[in-house]
Design a protein around this ligand. Structure first.
Ligand code: NAP
Length: 206
């Protein structure tokens, strides 16, 4: 990964999530589905750029899959792990940089190497809500979050976390669609069962 040279356009602050009908994004600390096509889309969309997430989203990734490779992983928490090492003024732990505010997370993201032009907010619900409400942010286009990339899954599943609602300020473009033949969906106990899952990749901008 190469750093974007100084003097180029500032990065765009973007969010990415997958949601089922009713905006469901999570259940019991995990996603109530498995959709390999969406995981591949998430990987290709965010690779090379910093990703910012809440501590619960970090913990939702199996240990062997974190940190997400090829991306600076920045974790928000009110309690920086005591085992963290301080490097260049930042708390490093478990392959991620831990911060206690969105402003600090964005500052770290802005300094991080990247091969693309986005800083990605990757969840969960609390972090999406906060990030969408911020304005006058230094160092990002328009000083706010201006792009959301949403995978819409055409399924009904139980959930305890939801995506933020995007109002009429946002314009939508469909990027692609398909049917996941190797999908799995959670039942009320969170147990996954095989399912074919229709999906659309959507981009919202404002
Ligand atoms: N479908 C999708 O695309 C998608 C994407 C991401 C996550 N998810 C799902 O969403 C769920 C997790 O989301 P969640 O809403 O429960 O939790 P979350 O947003 O991932 O994490 C919440 C935690 O982040 C920390 N935090 C958040 N804002 C902060 C701030 N401004 N300053 C400092 N720390 C801050 C706090 O950590 P401390 O408690 O340590 O202080 C807080 O408890 C899981 O079910 C996950 O699978 C789904």
């Amino acid at each position: 990964m190469t750093s974007v040279p100084a003097g180029t356009e500032p990065p765009r602050l973007s969010a990415i999530w997958a949601q089922a009908r009713g905006g469901v994004i999570g259940l019991g600390g995990a996603m109530p589905w498995s959709v390999p096509a969406d995981l591949a889309f998430f990987k290709s969309t965010t690779s090379g750029c910093p990703v910012i997430m809440g501590r619960s989203t970090w913990e939702s990734f199996p240990e062997r899959f974190r940190p997400l490779p090829g991306r600076t992983n920045i974790v928000l928490t009110g309690s920086i792990p005591t085992a963290a090492d301080t490097v260049d003024g930042h708390a490093h732990h478990d392959g991620a940089i831990w911060t206690d505010s969105i402003a600090k997370a964005l500052s770290v993201a802005n300094e991080a190497p990247r091969s693309g032009n986005d800083l990605w907010i990757i969840g969960g619900s609390r972090v999406y809500e906060q990030a969408l409400g911020l304005a006058d942010l230094p160092g990002v286009i328009d000083g706010r979050l201006t792009r959301a990339v949403v995978t819409e899954l055409d399924v009904t599943v139980p959930g305890d976390r939801c995506a933020p609602e995007l109002d009429s300020e946002w314009a939508m473009t469909e990027l692609g669609s398909g049917v996941e033949e190797r999908g799995r969906l959670a039942d009320a106990d969170g147990v996954l069962h095989p399912a074919h899952i229709a999906y659309r990749f959507l981009e919202f901008t404002r």
